[in-house]
Design a protein around this ligand. Structure first.
Ligand code: F6P
Length: 320
């Protein structure tokens, strides 16, 4: 292994930059050359890459987004696109690629591995929907961002005696909704993983809490459940409390990464390069039970992550 490349792919997440920095610095420390690839797999397809030095990754550890830019690449899902990317690697003498992204990005890493390019994936998505790891890079920051935003909304909900329906990101996963819901004392949390009944789990709970003197309410909805505007209308009609829906959207993906995300990204970036140096390929590097470890990508993608139903029960018991 003499030369590697690093790319960021899929939705950006705070901490991506810290991971790029760790990959570049560990590689250079160990005598490897490193190329930075721009805009995910599109950069490999189009040959959009350049050599990285120690200074290329200065002043990024604390920044959100990704200095390498990112993309979801439909072209890379075709055999022709994959072959163009392989060709770019061969032309530039790239023996290994570190892919920083979510599960879709790891499928791309598998494709490159099949063509003899060593690949290591680093789990990085705010959704935390990758089963083989305790936490994905970006999740902690996104939760803290959402929590701070809810704290602001709560001030106005309290002042007007209103109900606030808040939709947080998580296309197929309710991790952000559940944990932020607990952290802000939401009266109801709706996630795609757990069936719910709006009358029983939202309306009845608001009416019961109102009986005890509660006058403002937060209902947390995961993006994967959706329908927050319609839900707000329904709550207003059924309970008489003025209700507003707020969809946080992409603001949750930006901002300075938390300490947890910076440290996690640094550990995983370093380990990804160590695995390449050890001759490994087609692996995902993760922290599981607080231990750094790695899995075959196939095995990692087949794992199922379940939401902690006890946490869900607890959230609803203590937030009435
Ligand atoms: O996967 C991360 C994520 O932020 C999801 O929570 C969300 O559904 C999706 O990306 C949004 O993607 P885009 O940036 O393409 O709108």
């Amino acid at each position: 292994m003499k030369k590697i490349a690093v790319l960021t792919s899929g939705g950006d997440a705070p901490g991506m930059n810290a991971a790029v920095r760790a990959v570049v610095r560990t590689a250079l420390y160990n005598g490897l050359e490193v190329m930075g690839v721009y805009r995910g797999y599109n950069g490999l397809i189009n040959g959009d890459l350049e050599p990285m030095t120690l200074r290329s990754v200065s002043e990024i550890i604390h920044r959100g987004g990704t200095m390498l830019h990112t993309a979801r690449s439909p072209e890379f899902r075709t055999e022709e696109g994959i072959m163009k990317a392989v060709e770019t690697c061969r032309k530039n003498d790239i023996d290994g690629v570190v892919v920083i992204g979510g599960d879709g990005s790891f499928r791309g890493a598998q494709d490159l591995s099949r063509h003899g390019i060593s690949c290591i994936g680093i789990p990085c998505t705010i959704d935390n929907d990758i089963a083989c790891c305790d936490r994905t890079i970006g999740y902690d920051t996104a939760m803290n961002t959402a929590m701070e935003l809810v704290d602001k909304l709560r001030d106005t909900a309290q002042s007007h005696d209103r109900c606030s329906v808040i939709e947080v990101m998580g296309r197929r996963a309710g991790y952000i909704a559940l944990n932020v819901g607990i952290a802000v004392g939401a009266i109801s949390i709706l996630v795609p993983e757990i069936p719910y009944d709006v009358e029983k789990d939202v309306i009845d709970r608001i009416l019961a809490a109102a009986q005890t003197g509660k006058q403002h309410f937060i209902v947390m909805v995961a993006e994967g459940v959706g329908g927050s505007t319609e839900l707000a209308h329904h709550i207003e009609k059924q309970t008489g409390f003025e209700t507003r829906a707020t969809i946080f959207g992409h603001v949750q993906r930006g901002g300075r990464p938390t300490l947890c995300d910076r440290v996690l990204a640094s550990r995983l970036g370093d380990e990804a390069v160590q695995l390449l140096l050890a001759g490994k390929s087609n692996r995902v590097v993760t922290v599981r039970n607080d231990q750094i470890t790695d899995y075959d990508i196939e095995e990692a993608l087949a794992m199922k992550k379940t939401l902690d139903t006890n946490l869900y029960r607890m959230a609803h018991e203590i937030s009435l």
